[in-house]
Design a protein around this ligand. Structure first.
Ligand code: 13P
Ligand code: SF4
Length: 354
C-alpha cells in the first residue's frame, strides 16, 4: 500500500543519502504520502520561485505536473536536473493549447489586423512551447496568484490580451479584478475555422480567451454553491479562479491554493468554509484545522481529485529517489535550449511583475 511503512522508510533513507544534492518540491494538490517528503510546498508561483532559489541542488524532484517541472527546468541552471517521478503526470488543461494551434491563432489575429495590438498572457499551466510563443510575442506568464498584475502589465503594453489556455482564469480576472464586462471577452475555439470568431468580434474584443479549462474545477457549479449555502448556514465559500465564472461570481472569496491556505489560517475558530479546489488539499486542510474548531468541507458532493497530480504516489517517489541515490538519472524533464530561451523571457517577465 502507498502508506506502507517500508516505503516510507525507503523514501526517508534515499533522501538522507542524497542530502543537499536533492531538493523536493510538492504542489499543494499532492497526496499526503508524498507531501510528507517535500522540502517545500506551494502554489505554482511559489514553487517556480523556490526552484530557482536552490542553485546548490543537483536534483530537483518535482512532485507536481509536467508543466511545473518544465518551468523549474527553465528557471534553474543547465547543470541542475529536474525529475518528475511519473512522466504521465500531465495536465489536461495545458494539453488544450498546442504550439500548432497557437501559431494558427496568431495567423488569424494577423489576418484580422489585430495582432499588433495583442499581448499574450499565458497561464503557468501551459507547455514550454506556449511559454516560448508568449515570450517571443512580448507577453508574460501568470499564475492564479498574479493574474491581475499580469493583465495590468499587459494592458500597459497593448490594447488587447490573448489569454492562454484557461478561459476561466482569464475571464474571472478580467471581470472580477479589472472591471471589464463579459462583453469585452470573446472565446477563441482552436477547433473552429478562425477560432469561430468574425473579424469584427476580434477587433472589438479586449480579452481573447483561449477555449481551455480545468476539468477538475469544471465540476463545481452554481448548484454546488447554492446547495452548500443551504446545508451550512453562514458558510464562507472560497474557490480557485479556475472555476467557472458563475461559481466565482457566487463565491465569497477567490484565490490560488496558497491564498486558500492563508485564508484558512487567518479564519476565526468556529467559522465554516466550503472550498472549491482539488480534494487532496481540501482534505488536508479539513484535518489540519478541525482541532481549531474550523469546519471545512469540499464544495461539491462528488469526489474530485486531479488524476494526473495523483499519479505521483509514494511508490513513484521512492523509485525516483532511490534511482538518484544510486546515480541513475531517471525521468529528467529537459526543455530544448531554443524553447527555453524564449520561455524564460516570459517567465522572467512574470517574476519581475510589481
Ligand atoms: P495554483 O497556482 O493555485 O497552485 O494552481 C495550480 C493548478 O494547477 C490549479 O489547478
Ligand atoms: Fe491541470 Fe486542473 Fe489538475 Fe490543475 S487541477 S493540474 S489545471 S488538470
Amino acid at each position: 500500500s502507498p502508506s506502507d511503512p517500508d516505503l516510507v522508510e525507503r523514501a526517508r533513507a534515499a533522501k538522507e543519502k542524497l542530502g543537499d544534492k536533492v531538493f523536493v518540491l510538492g504542489h499543494h494538490y499532492q497526496r499526503d504520502e508524498v507531501i510528507q517528503f517535500a522540502d517545500v510546498t506551494g502554489d505554482s508561483f511559489k514553487l517556480a520561485r523556490d526552484a530557482a532559489a536552490r542553485p546548490e541542488a543537483e536534483y530537483i524532484v518535482f512532485c507536481g505536473v509536467h508543466f511545473m517541472a518544465e518551468s523549474a527546468d527553465i528557471l534553474t541552471s543547465d547543470d541542475q536536473k529536474v525529475v518528475l517521478p511519473d512522466l504521465a503526470a500531465g495536465c489536461s488543461m495545458a494539453d488544450m493549447a498546442t504550439a500548432e494551434q497557437v501559431a494558427e491563432c496568431w495567423d488569424v489575429l494577423t489576418e484580422a489586423g489585430v495582432a499588433e495590438q495583442v499581448v499574450p498572457v499565458s497561464y503557468m499551466n501551459s507547455s514550454a512551447d506556449i511559454k516560448a510563443f508568449t515570450g517571443k510575442h512580448g507577453g508574460t506568464i501568470c499564475t492564479s496568484s498574479n493574474a491581475k498584475r499580469a493583465l495590468e502589465w499587459a494592458f500597459e503594453q497593448g490594447e488587447k490580451v490573448l489569454f492562454l489556455p484557461d478561459q476561466h482564469l482569464g475571464r474571472n480576472t478580467a471581470v472580477r479584478d479589472m472591471g471589464m464586462s463579459l462583453d469585452d471577452c470573446v472565446v477563441y475555439n482552436p477547433h473552429k475555422p478562425n477560432g469561430g470568431l468574425t473579424t469584427d468580434e476580434l477587433r472589438a474584443a479586449k480579452m481573447i480567451l483561449w477555449r481551455g479549462h480545468c476539468s477538475v474545477h469544471g465540476r463545481f457549479s452554481l448548484d454546488s454553491v447554492n446547495d452548500v449555502r443551504e446545508r451550512i448556514p453562514g458558510v464562507n465559500v472560497l474557490v480557485h479562479p479556475e472555476c467557472r465564472h458563475e461559481v466565482v461570481a457566487a463565491a465569497d472569496h477567490v484565490g490560488s491554493t496558497e491564498y486558500i491556505i492563508k485564508a484558512l489560517e487567518a479564519a476565526p475558530a468556529g467559522s465554516k468554509w466550503a472550498i472549491g479546489t482539488e480534494l487532496n488539499l481540501v482534505r488536508r486542510l479539513a484535518n489540519r484545522f478541525a482541532p481549531e474548531g474550523k469546519e471545512i468541507v469540499f464544495l461539491d458532493r462528488t469526489v474530485c481529485f486531479c488524476s494526473t497530480m495523483n499519479r505521483i504516489d509514494l511508490p513513484h517517489l521512492v523509485w525516483a529517489l532511490e534511482s538518484l541515490a544510486e546515480g541513475n538519472l531517471v525521468n529528467r524533464i529537459e526543455v530544448d535550449p531554443e524553447t527555453e530561451a524564449f520561455a524564460k523571457l516570459a517567465l522572467e517577465r512574470m517574476l519581475a511583475l510589481p
